[in-house]
Design a protein around this ligand. Structure first.
Ligand SMILES: [Zn+2]
Length: 371
């Protein structure tokens, strides 16, 4: 990961580089931003810049031995900690190191969901336990291999349990020379205040629509311009979400959702209806994507209903749908609809039976739409 290969965030990249060039490298930094915004690749590009033996004004050189090692995330002074399922191959990160590197090289915008899938445990709990914190301490006690910066990157510190957090607090309190902690997180509210108070915040905003569009065009060169643009709008700055949508085809989720909602309104969803079968065959990831998409489209309907038309971000057929459906929402059913979709997503994440869940959701929707 190099700064120049990452989409967007021009001002933030410049600030990060200038700080290094001016010798202002905070001992502990928290890269905090929403899913799909690029927190992890930015932190890795920053680490590469610190390690680079001939750093330029805008990026690492890309050619020195350090840069070559960073191409494989295998620089000896890049130490990594990340959440795992405790209790399988031991409790520390080292048995998973290769797998994690591969996952990140394959998808630098990696999130916990993708990582869980990599580890084959979609509904298990990812944790940074005390053994990992001990491993971190051990790595910190070693001298930098190359005699320059030593980086300790902790991915998803939200997953730290209390014991691990307390252990890490100590090292955050006592900075060692030329050692930098890079914490990469999505949810500050899940971090201990004592940790938050010891890190410098690097706030990573969501990407813009234009940034996501650019990334999509790199990832899917055959995707049509109009389709890519519609996905970029819908993704709300989340590269992972945009990628999922592009892989699935633009219209699929929309058509599914629209037809299902129409059937709900007409009270035509029952155990024998085709919607049940279609939903059941989607697979868990797609079922979840459908719920997220439904929530997105509901937000657009609410904005439309509230008369905030300039804020409605939809294109093509979605616009027709939003304009029509907005006449069916009101203050009595909006909170309920939103809650039902969020609850469905929550239960899908926890492996609920999709058939039962979808039937239940459909009945509730039928009631709410007629409220
Ligand atoms: Zn270099």
């Amino acid at each position: 990961m190099r700064f120049s290969s990452l989409t967007g965030h021009a001002a933030l990249k410049a600030t990060l580089i200038n700080n290094v060039r001016e010798g202002r490298v905070a001992h502990a930094q928290l890269f905090l931003g929403p899913r799909g915004s690029g927190t992890l690749p930015l932190a890795l590009a920053y680490a590469r810049y610190l390690f680079c033996q001939q750093p330029g004004a805008a990026d690492a050189c890309g050619e020195c031995p350090s840069c070559q090692q960073m191409d494989h995330l295998a620089h000896p002074d890049l130490n990594l900690a990340f959440p795992i399922f405790l209790g399988e191959k031991g409790k520390s990160c080292s048995p998973y190191l290769e797998q994690w590197r591969e996952a990140v090289l394959d998808e630098p915008y990696l999130d916990d969901e993708v990582w869980r899938r990599e580890l084959n445990g979609e509904n298990k709990q990812l944790t940074i336990g005390v053994d990992i914190a001990q491993e971190v301490n051990r790595q910190l006690s070693l001298k930098a291999y190359r005699g320059g910066w030593k980086v300790m990157l902790i991915w998803l510190p939200e997953a730290m349990n209390l014991q691990a957090a307390n252990k890490l607090l100590k090292v955050l309190e006592e900075p060692e020379e030329r050692t930098v902690f890079l914490l990469v997180a999505h949810q500050a509210e899940h971090l201990l205040p004592t940790i938050l108070s010891r890190v410098q915040l690097v706030k990573v905003p969501a990407l813009t629509e234009a940034d996501v569009l650019e990334e999509l065009q790199v990832r899917f060169p055959d995707l049509g311009e109009a389709e890519a643009r519609a996905i970029a709008i819908r993704s709300e700055g989340d590269v992972l979400e945009a990628t999922t949508m592009a892989e699935k085809g633009e219209d699929e989720l929309f058509l599914l959702f629209r037809d299902w909602l129409r059937a709900c309104y007409a009270r035509k969803v029952d155990l024998t209806s085709g919607h049940m079968e279609v939903f059941n065959k989607l697979g868990r990831e797609k079922q979840k994507a459908l719920m997220r998409y439904a929530l997105y489209l509901m937000r657009q309907c609410v904005l439309q209903w509230q008369g905030a038309h300039p804020l409605v971000v939809v294109a093509g057929e979605e616009r027709d749908f939003v304009e029509k459906f907005a006449t069916l929402v009101n203050e009595r059913n909006i909170p309920g609809i939103r809650e039902e979709l969020e609850t469905a997503h929550y239960h899908l994440e926890r492996n609920a039976n999709p058939k039962v869940l979808f039937m239940d959701l459909s009945y509730r929707m039928m009631g709410l739409l007629r409220a």
